[in-house]
Design a protein around this ligand. Structure first.
Ligand SMILES: [Zn+2]
Ligand SMILES: [Zn+2]
Length: 396
């Protein structure tokens, strides 16, 4: 029996440990940056393994380090902790006891996987090359938990060489995974454009500078970015989703405003889109004698996986679970702040199928009936522990 197979067997033997933890987290969900009870449970379990725990990183986040017996890389395993403002409707015996708050994305499962993987690794320290850094992150759901953790130096002391994370994926059944090199999940930007003209009487346009006509041309101009500036085999979205101007039938307003979103996978594609947006807005506004003001807000980075790290994860899954179907060209427009870590250090973030339609466990993420097949907990923990072991030995 090789070492990796041992990890799967051990993980399966720990199933009730994983399940109890998951159900405990599920009963007591907490919103981003308020995961105080959750953090206490995580810290208690890590301390029970004999690990020293650093708490209070980005408010409620924590980390712990497992020193291997041999020199090697520092491999970070990241797990998110927050729940969502949703009223649970699963009717499960372990349903949320906090009104209006629910683990509807599967982060309860991620934490149970993390603590089980920690146990597998701590009990096999003699096999570890390098150091495993376990990171439990608060506030993944659009609140910027990862960014705050990076700002509070979670990637240092010890300096992280490579990072790994996973997400349960209820859109697909148990026995499936998406482990994708390169661009995997889209990054999102929001933009606001303000066009300033000179208002006046609707019957005397020659006395005004009309920002509405300029804005209409800008909206049409923006449609050419994806169609004319992005190669047909690349992906990008530019959507104008809001516009506002004017207050009466007979008044040409002073200004107009439009807002929208950009979605891209590759940084070079995003650079083209944002540069062209700026050029089109400014030049059309100038041509129409208006002034323009542009605000661009980066909401999330895309998730970009390192090809060799991804290959290692694929190999580990293939060894552990030969029947599991691995997709290597799956992409999602959902965003994920693991991207913040992946932007700093090479790594891999992957999906693992957690649905089970036969058991009625296939409601989507963020749905009040979301629930998953808990068998995925043993799979996830074994995969992460085995992958961390491999990556500790790897030269990048
Ligand atoms: Zn989510
Ligand atoms: Zn999530």
């Amino acid at each position: 029996m090789n070492k990796t197979t041992q990890f799967l067997e051990k993980s399966l033997s720990l199933f009730s440990y994983s399940q109890n933890l998951r159900r405990d987290f599920h009963r007591h969900p907490e919103l981003g940056f308020q995961e105080y009870r959750t953090a206490e449970v995580v810290a208690r379990e890590l301390r029970a393994l004999g690990l020293e725990v650093t708490t209070g990183i980005a408010q409620t986040g924590l980390s712990a380090v497992i020193e291997g017996s041999q020199p090697g890389r520092v491999v970070m395993l990241r797990f998110d902790m927050d729940a969502l403002p949703i009223e649970e409707q699963t009717g499960a015996e372990y349903a949320s006891q906090n009104a209006g708050v629910m683990h509807a994305c599967g982060h309860d499962g991620h934490m149970a996987i993390g603590l089980t993987a920690a146990r597998l690794l701590q009990e096999n320290r003699d096999l570890i090359h390098g150091t495993i850094k376990l990171v439990f992150q608060p506030a993944e759901e659009g609140l910027g938990g990862a960014e705050r953790m990076v700002a509070e130096n979670v990637l240092e002391n010890p300096h992280v060489d490579v990072c790994l994370g996973l997400h349960l994926w209820n859109e697909k059944p148990l026995g499936w995974a998406a482990v994708v090199p390169g661009a995997f999940m889209a990054g999102a930007d929001f933009f606001t454009v303000r066009i300033f003209g000179k208002g006046g009487h609707g019957g005397l346009p020659e006395k005004t500078i009309d920002p509405i006509v300029a804005t209409a041309q800008i909206i049409m101009g923006l449609q050419t970015i994806v169609s004319r500036n992005i190669a047909p085999l690349e992906s990008a979205v530019v959507s104008v989703t809001q516009m506002a101007a004017g207050s009466a039938y007979n008044i040409i307003p002073n200004q107009a405003e439009l807002r929208g979103t950009i979605r891209t996978f590759l940084p070079e594609v995003r650079d083209v889109v944002t540069a062209r947006l700026e050029q089109i807005v400014r030049s059309i506004a100038m041509g129409m004698n208006c002034e323009a003001d542009i605000e661009l807000q980066r909401l999330t980075w895309p998730v970009i996986n390192h090809p060799r790290v991804t290959e290692v994860v694929q190999g580990v899954i293939h060894n552990l679970l030969p029947d599991l179907r691995i997709e290597n060209n799956y992409r999602s427009m959902v965003s994920e702040d693991m991207a913040v870590f992946l932007n700093k250090v090479p790594g891999c973030f992957f999906f693992i199928g957690s649905g089970n339609p036969e058991k009625g466990l296939n409601a989507g993420h963020h749905h009040p009936k979301f629930d998953f097949d808990e068998q995925v907990l043993s799979q996830g923990a074994a995969i992460l522990a085995a992958a961390a072991l491999e990556l500790g030995k790897m030269e990048l």
